[in-house]
Design a protein around this ligand. Sequence first.
Ligand SMILES: [Zn+2]
Length: 311
Amino acid sequence: MEKKTECEIVQDLLLGYVDGILNSESKKLVEQHLLKCSNCQKRLQEIQEDIKENENNQKKEIDYLKKIRRRSKIKSIIFLIIAIILIFLCIYLYKFFILNSISVKVSKKFQTDNFYIETISNAGFEGDGIFIDETWYKDGKFKTKNYIKTENDEISQDFGTMYGKIGENEVYYLNENNKTATKEYFPFERKKETLVTFPNPIFPSSMNKYMLFKLGAPFFTKISHDNKEIGREYYKLQLGENELWVDMDTGLPLMSFGYSSQTEYYNDTKIPKRSSKGICQYKYEFEVVTDEMVEMPDISEYKIEEINMFE
Ligand SMILES: [Zn+2]
């Protein structure tokens, strides 16, 4: 076997030398040889450069992996945000189209020149009777009646009958019992859509003309549907503590519920003795109102009083 030259021995040890794992004798041998051999010095330099380059490459690789991981993390966050936005957008659009279709249906329904609306609500506590609001409309003329009816079907309070014309400022309040008439002026001409007043969140009368209201309503309105108690499908619209049931076919409100401020407390306490929930029921009839229903009776025998609150 050929004996290894000193250079060969030293070069075999160089890797160990660089790693710092040689015993002191071998280390001494290598260092002494390196002092006098430029060939082995060169070899050492090459090894050191190789190691350095290797380290650099490894670092680059790690950096690259980190970058990829960071990028995919950002990507999944963006994806999640987009998914959430899309879900909210779908819910919003679903609500917007339902509310919009209701308001379009109602508006169409009241383009007719002949309708009757009745709203019945609880006037106060149980037994106090029901508050009735009736409106008849035909060919630009209208009449409204407000009264409280007791359980025995008797009118306990009559707020009179109001007669008016669309496009005019004045209305007449007639009390047919004591033959008095009050002429009252409004600051604005009467409009047909103001005869039809519905609760939130439809407002087919005037509010739905405001784009901001139309765009905002879907954010605040909860929409579900049901057919309980009525026997036909209706949308249940909830806005805060108020609830409105809307007929799916016609878009017309059927019932509304709200919280009445009328609460009776036990003396010196905040404990309610009884509280009443405001409930309102709506009834509609189309193409049945006759001229007699909206024509003002002859008031030549009436005592007429004029009120102009805006003078
Ligand atoms: Zn050598």
